[in-house]
Design a protein around this ligand. Structure first.
Ligand SMILES: Cc1cc2nc3c(=O)[nH]c(=O)nc-3n(C[C@H](O)[C@H](O)[C@H](O)COP(=O)(O)OP(=O)(O)OC[C@H]3O[C@@H](n4cnc5c(N)ncnc54)[C@H](O)[C@@H]3O)c2cc1C
Length: 356
């Protein structure tokens, strides 16, 4: 059985960034459900908006985005709709509109060859025995097993590593639903929609490459019925849907207390959404995935006595920032405070009538 310094489960933004950073410094194996190229197989449902913090992480790494990852058009504001209060406001935002699947494949392509990467591969089981981590997976049609000193759970919202390390921990979860339609709006736009009758989280839309993507995070029970009801309500706000061309569904985590951020134990580490590192106020998670990989990499290569303690300490500022997002989300999802903020008109940029 082969032994590695580090085994990374999942190559979304978090795992792919970490694998790249550990390359040349450690023997690393990385397993990922997605294929190496093409649009077949697993794709991550996502709005595909790269927030300024994520852009900052690329600046730090000296990386520029290739044009085939970038979607059309680039939009500079978010139309925010409060359905019950019948209010619409436009706020300036500097997201980069990307094709999320192309972005994920590109991030994986940046991992140097010395990292042993298995694409289209499902990690089936992990366990700890005699002070090393065991990883069982199926690759190239064969059941395989390796051991590693460090195990990294970068396997997203449904993380098996998180469930193994914290079997009794539960975190608030929503079902994220998205549908893709042919774009019919005269001017493409982003939106963020609040309707407390439908969900105590929120919904969104993104115009991308000739599609209009409508999605939201809903309580697990009746998610689809709530999604459909909101679509019907939004026609009054000039949203145009038509026939869905693609439907997507996945779990999204919604941290709601300090204890929801978990970093790992016994030389196993959680990064990205697996650790609960996602903004409760915007469900933006790519920047925290990149940041947590950035924080963990020097700790693993430095191999301190208590690597878990060092990682917990080093992620404290990031966790405080995410806790701030929890407080912000409480203000935004409360009908009273949201209406007050939107009515104040602060930061609102009025638009011509035709854009509504
Ligand atoms: C509908 C929706 C819209 C969103 N929109 C945005 C947005 O616009 N901007 C933004 O910044 N964030 C957005 N987010 C959040 C963002 O997608 C996540 O926070 C981010 O992808 C987390 O990155 P990650 O690398 O931690 O996990 P992931 O991106 O989830 O990657 C984990 C990877 O692990 C792999 N994997 C999982 N289990 C296994 C296994 N057992 N074996 C092998 N491989 C495995 C999968 O291939 C998966 O790709 C959105 C989330 C949802 C659900």
């Amino acid at each position: 059985m082969e032994h590695f310094d580090a085994a990374i489960i999942g190559l979304g933004p978090a795992g792919a960034a970490l694998a790249r950073k550990l390359s040349g410094k450690m023997r690393v194996i990385a397993l990922d459900k997605k294929r190496q190229c093409g649009n077949e197989g697993f794709t991550k449902p996502c709005g595909g908006l790269l927030a300024p913090d994520a852009q900052r992480s690329f600046i730090r790494d000296g990386i520029t985005l290739p044009v085939d990852v970038i979607a059309n058009p680039q939009i500079f504001s978010v139309k925010t709709v409060d359905v019950q209060a019948s209010l619409t406001r436009n706020y300036q935002r500097s997201y980069v509109n990307i094709n999320r699947h192309a972005f994920d494949l590109w991030m994986k392509s940046l991992i140097p060859d010395d990292v042993r990467v298995y694409h289209d591969t499902l990690c089936r089981k992990i366990w700890r025995e005699e002070d090393v981590w065991h990883v069982a997976f199926r690759a190239d049609g064969v059941e395989q097993r390796v051991t590693a000193r460090y195990l990294i759970g970068a396997d997203g919202a449904n993380s098996m590593v998180r469930r193994y390390l914290y079997p009794d921990h539960s975190i608030r979860k929503y079902v994220a639903l998205q549908q893709w339609f042919a774009e019919q709006h005269p001017v493409p736009f982003y939106s963020c929609i609040f309707d407390n009758d439908i969900t105590d989280c929120y919904s969104w839309s993104i115009s991308k490459d000739g599609y209009f993507i409508f999605g939201g995070a809903y309580p697990m029970k009746d998610g689809q019925a709530r999604f459909d009801a909101l679509k019907a309500r939004l026609e009054a706000f000039h949203f145009q849907f038509g026939k869905p061309m693609k439907s997507e569904k996945c779990t999204v985590l919604f941290p709601s207390r300090w204890a929801d951020f978990v970093c790992g134990r016994e030389n196993a580490f959680l990064i990205g959404e697996a650790a609960g590192f996602i903004s409760a106020s915007s469900l933006e998670g790519i920047s925290y995935a990149l940041d947590s990989a950035d924080i963990l990499s020097p700790i693993l290569t430095g191999a301190p006595e208590n690597a878990n303690g060092a990682y917990r300490k080093a992620t404290r500022a990031l966790r405080i920032k995410l806790y701030g997002k929890i407080i912000k989300s409480r203000m935004l999802t409360s009908a009273w405070s949201r209406k007050w903020i939107m009515k104040s008109g602060v930061a609102h940029i009025p638009q011509p009538e035709r854009l509504g």
